[in-house]
Design a binder for this molecule. Structure first.
Ligand code: SF4
Length: 178
């Protein structure tokens, strides 16, 4: 595999917007220069991976607040508002993937599949006070977003700032790969 992994050209495709049907959001689809599957075990070791299926193969990781799905022949970047942002994200993602590939000799690859835990398992480790500081009405709603990588654990300030949650926070960080 060469050092240049993604092509310069990309296209935007409409992505569904569940919150407001009028909000125009897209996914950027960037073709690969060649098969990206050799990169995936290295990404699985260093990126904030939320899903990895080595059989398919497909790997999804969080990057710059978005989900990036890596397949053999392309990369898909979620939640892109317009072509300008798509161009900026394409460059950042390409640079990151190329950096991981360049440094692969220093990385121990991880070949095992990865997936996020179900919402109920996450919920059991949250404070369960429904304080709303994370922006969600309940801890269960926040857990549901964590289980699909739509939220970051750091939004639950009580977990980080109040006493008594250190063990649960560490367990969640491990489960969620954050
Ligand atoms: S900030 Fe934490 S404790 Fe408060 S509702 Fe959100 S998940 Fe629950």
């Amino acid at each position: 595999m060469s050092e240049k992994l993604l092509r310069e050209d990309f296209r935007l495709e409409p992505a569904s917007c569940y919150v407001d049907a009028r909000c125009p959001r897209y996914k950027a689809i960037v073709p690969a220069e060649e098969d990206l599957s050799p990169l995936m075990p290295y990404l699985n070791a260093v990126a904030r991976v939320v899903f990895y299926d080595p059989e398919e193969p497909v790997l999804v990781f969080k990057f710059d607040g978005r989900k990036v799905a890596v397949r053999r022949n392309e990369v898909r970047i979620s939640d892109v508002p317009d072509i300008e942002e798509g161009r900026r994200l394409r460059e950042k993602v390409a640079a990151y993937l190329e950096e991981v590939w360049t440094k692969r000799a220093e990385i121990t690859p991880r070949h095992e599949p990865r997936t996020l835990p179900p919402a109920l398992k996450i919920y059991q480790l949250l404070p369960k006070t429904n304080c709303g500081k994370c922006g969600e009405a309940t801890c269960l709603a926040f857990a549901a977003k964590l289980s699909t990588a739509e939220a970051d654990l750091s939004a639950c300030r009580p977990l980080f700032e109040e006493e008594g949650f250190e063990a649960a926070r560490k367990e969640l960080e491990k489960l969620l790969n954050q």
